[in-house]
Write a protein that binds this ligand. Structure first.
Ligand code: UDP
Ligand code: MG
Length: 312
């Protein structure tokens, strides 16, 4: 029976009808063979296809499978946190529904947890097959993030195993805009890492478009660091220095009687300053909107349905 769960596997699923059954099957097989007491916790992130029907069927068939259904799409981060909240195990692992995270690595991570590690991170050795545009965008995205956050995000993944203690710590963090990958590093604890090769997606397509990737980058940078706000100050200082130099030049010209030329400089300066001020206001506005969201204190997700196992 699943009342003595040791490992909860949290699996966010969004329109994964093509993969849930396969994933559940493979994971069950691997974890049973490794003699681990597990539960599979599917979090249906408001899928539009029949993912939820399939999860329900799996949960009806086995006490080891449970499911949560969101009232709409809240995003992967919310799905991960919901899963951690519902997980009953002494440790919880997060992995993708498309089997890009190899189940064998999960077993390896579990063994490390048994040895006393509290946060086990799986790092990407290679990114697997992707289309070149996606790879380029992801590359740019990770560069931006790594720079802004001061940690290497390129190899980081959401494939992690956390001890109960670490889970509870994460769940106690009150912010609405959550970023699992960074937060699970930030909390500390005894950490270790394993490496894995990203496999090809089992079926279906990646759920990320270029637009959603950019939005994701901006959102996570803002939720993790206030560096862009400092950037505004830096830009201000740079402008001030430039202004000092130009002031000297202008005054020299004025006193030497050559003041009337220089409209070009005025126009260029106006344009430059105008854009800098507007960009700065935009950055400040973005943070303001994030603060507004946090202050509203809305839930990270809304659960509309959970599976209940009834032995026949
Ligand atoms: N996912 C989710 N909500 C979303 C988008 C994705 O729960 O809004 C899940 C998805 O079902 C999968 C995982 O997040 O289990 C990773 O998504 P995907 O494979 O599309 O991303 P990639 O592997 O390309 O980074
Ligand atoms: Mg994937």
């Amino acid at each position: 029976m699943a009342n003595e769960v040791v490992l909860s596997v949290v699996i966010p699923a969004y329109n994964e009808a093509e993969t849930v059954e396969k994933t559940a099957g493979v994971l069950s097989q691997v974890l049973t063979r490794a003699e681990i007491d597990y539960e599979l916790l599917f979090v249906d992130d408001g899928s539009a296809d029949n993912t939820w029907t399939l999860i329900r069927a799996l949960a009806d068939a086995s006490p080891r499978v449970r499911g949560i259904h969101f009232s709409r799409n809240f995003g992967k981060e919310s799905a991960i946190f919901a899963g951690l909240e519902y997980a009953r195990g002494a440790c919880a692992a997060v992995m993708d529904c498309d089997l890009q995270h190899p189940p064998e690595t999960l077993v390896e991570m579990y063994r490390l947890w048994e040895q006393g590690f509290e946060v086990v991170e799986a790092r990407k050795r290679s990114r697997g097959k992707e289309n070149p545009l996606h790879r380029a965008c992801a590359g740019m995205f990770y560069k931006l993030m790594s720079g802004a956050m001061g940690m290497d995000m390129k190899a980081a993944s959401d494939f992690k195993l956390l001890d109960r203690k670490a889970c509870d710590t994460l769940l106690r963090m009150p912010e609405r805009n959550v970023f699992f990958r960074a937060m699970s590093s930030w909390i500390g604890y005894r950490c270790t890492a394993v490496e894995f090769d990203v496999r090809e997606r089992e079926a279906g397509e990646s759920k990320w478009s270029l637009r959603s990737l950019v939005a994701y980058a901006v959102k996570n940078i803002a939720s993790y660091t206030s560096a862009p706000l400092q950037l505004v100050t830096v830009a201000g200082v740079v402008c001030l220095l430039a202004a000092a130099v130009l002031s000297v030049q202008t005054l020299v010209r004025y006193f030497s009687g050559k003041a009337l030329e220089g409209f070009t400089t005025v126009i260029l300066l106006l344009l430059l300053m105008g854009s800098l001020i507007m960009i700065s206001l935009g950055i400040i506005g973005y943070y303001l909107s994030k603060i507004y969201e946090e202050i509203k204190g809305r839930p990270r997700y809304i659960v509309s349905d959970v599976t209940v196992y009834e032995p026949k």
